[in-house]
Design a binder for this molecule. Structure first.
Ligand SMILES: Cc1cc2nc3c(=O)[nH]c(=O)nc-3n(C[C@H](O)[C@H](O)[C@H](O)COP(=O)(O)O)c2cc1C
Length: 193
């Protein structure tokens, strides 16, 4: 493989796109975000990176809570639309039916198969363009059809919408090519250990 330097940018080919939800001025508001990551397994902590001028961020600052909703591929149009319009100018509260968990002011989307509520922890870390928010995951809500025996989860049934920032496309999940902490056991170096 011959590689060439191509500049400095975020080279990740794919990320799940999430809809971040917050209550702003008493109304649910949602924005799609690709900058989302898990940062600690137990207790579950995530981070999202948001432009501090976004309307959604105002709600997060005010209430200290938000929701993360994983849209299906079939929700690509309303998801992208939310990224093309700001709640500052357009009322986005009617675009998704919402429900609440035990955490107030963290509206979740009924039609997203995986949703959760999050509570902000610590200081928000400001960078030149985006601000990183760390949050504990309070409560995950999942479509019961995703759950198999022994609490296994079938991700294919969630049909998550993926965003390929390098090519500016949305894609769907592909086929299974291996298993975590298992496929590596086939490597010849493992057999020598
Ligand atoms: C595919 C896609 C990914 C995006 N990812 C992020 C992100 O990670 N962080 C962010 O602050 N904005 C992101 N945006 C931009 C916001 O979603 C967009 O500016 C939105 O309209 C802000 O809405 P609001 O002002 O109502 O909060 C993304 C937009 C799209 C279309």
């Amino acid at each position: 493989m011959r590689k060439i330097p191509v500049g400095a940018f975020i080279p990740l080919p794919v990320a799940p796109i999430v809809l971040v939800g917050a209550m702003v001025d008493g109304k649910p508001n949602f924005l799609p975000a690709a900058f989302v990551s898990g940062v600690n397994v137990d207790p579950p902590i995530v981070c999202i990176s948001l432009n501090k001028h976004h309307h959604t961020y105002r709600g997060i600052r005010e209430h200290g809570v938000f929701s993360i909703n994983i849209p299906r591929t079939g929700q690509v149009v309303p998801t992208d639309w939310c990224g093309m319009h700001s709640g500052k100018d357009t009322d986005k509260s009617g675009i998704f039916a919402t429900f609440s968990g035990t955490l107030e002011n963290a509206p979740m989307i009924v039609d997203c198969p995986i949703t959760c509520t999050c509570r902000c922890i610590g200081e928000h870390r400001e960078f030149a363009m985006d601000t990183v928010v760390f949050a504990s995951v309070e409560e995950v809500h999942m479509d019961e059809n995703l759950l198999g025996p022994d609490r296994t989860i079938d991700c294919m049934k969630a049909d998550p919408l993926l965003f390929c920032g390098l090519e500016n496309t949305y894609r769907s999940l592909g086929s299974v090519v291996g298993q975590g902490w298992k496929s590596g056991a086939d490597h010849h170096l493992c057999n020598q250990l």
